[in-house]
Design a protein around this ligand. Sequence first.
Ligand code: FAD
Length: 395
Amino acid sequence: TRRVVVVGAGMAGVQTAVALREQGFTGPVLLLGAEPHQPYDRPPLSKAYLLGAAEGSAFEVDFASLGVELRLGVEVTGLRPGDHEVDTEAGPVPYDVLVVATGAVPVTLPGSEGVPGVHLLRTLDDAERLRPVLAEQHDVVVVGAGWIGAEFATAAREAGCAVTVVEAAGRPLAGALPAEAAEPMAAWYEESGATLLTHARVDRVEPGEVVLADGRVLPAGAVVVGIGARPATGWLRGSGVALGPDGSVVADDHLRTSVPDVYAVGDCASFPSARYGARLLVHHWDNALQGPRTVAAAVVGAPSRPYDPVPYFWSEQFGRFVQYAGHHASADTAVWRGDPADPAWALVWLRDGAPVAVLAVGRPRDLAQGRRLIEAGTPLDPELVADPDVPLKSA
Ligand code: FAD
């Protein structure tokens, strides 16, 4: 029997182990994770956990009864495909099949590394360090109005902190959503009592304050940097596994890498999407749930369709449930459903009449139906799409 070694015990790594057993793999499975903690889920870290409303977010997976060996606190430092081994501080580990699921690491703000009071928000340890910041109601400066920045700002306002969000672009979520979708979201910051500074750049961070490029000085009991994440693939350099310009493992449509017997999945891997005609690097929870099923199928040799999901993401910010499915880059038309000044609305992007992406704010049904319509490529009548009282599936 072949031995599967999974590197990275986050969502994608854990789900790979689960999917292997679900798909009938009976051989040994070893899960190696750098963090010392029992494997856990990240979304609660910027939500309930931060506010002290949840005590932890460990996955409810019984590794022992699955027959999955867990080795935690073990960092993998290299891969030698010729020997079918990975290297760790504790020595080499042999594999027959290797699954790379090392996720991503947050991008740091140059010059802010090591400055006291500067935080990232990726790990349980990060979130644990941030809990007292909220509990003690420090003045916080959030750098970056992306998903993480918005969720942290939400929690910090809820905790009663004074919150200033510094964003280099002209609007929130500039990297993720087109202008028409992100513009209404700017108002959410002010409404919650946070201050959103757009077109604002950090010049430097000093203990207790953030100095902007235009000279403004913001008092900061704590600084939270949320300016993106990059695949954690440095350990693969020189191994022969092809990495893309974005640092992702370049996987194929069954999540195989350029090296035989090595797969990659989750936040660390990009894959070709025939649906969107582009290589996608998806940093969303759902991708770390779905991708492992494709990997497991390939490992057990079960027939499976190419991995080509409609990417899905949710966020909870400023009292709203925000959901996005698809990939709007190829759209030619955007259709509003409802008024973005209202608590609930949606935006549907079409290409040649067929939906390619949907953004739903407080309209989970639009998201669920839109996602299925995107998968099916069903053309819609834009006039009916624009009527929020008509269910999307009837448009
Ligand atoms: P990770 O979760 O990053 O897991 C990778 C693991 O590999 C880590 O534990 C890491 O320590 C380990 N590792 C890395 N390098 C090595 C090495 N060399 N050796 C051994 N182990 C290694 N998505 C949503 O869709 N909705 C949300 O609301 C949402 N909220 C989020 C909130 C936060 C605070 C964060 C950080 C992310 C959120 N996400 C959300 C994104 C989602 O959590 C990620 O897409 C998901 O965690 C990706 O899983 P992964 O297993 O690929 O990577």
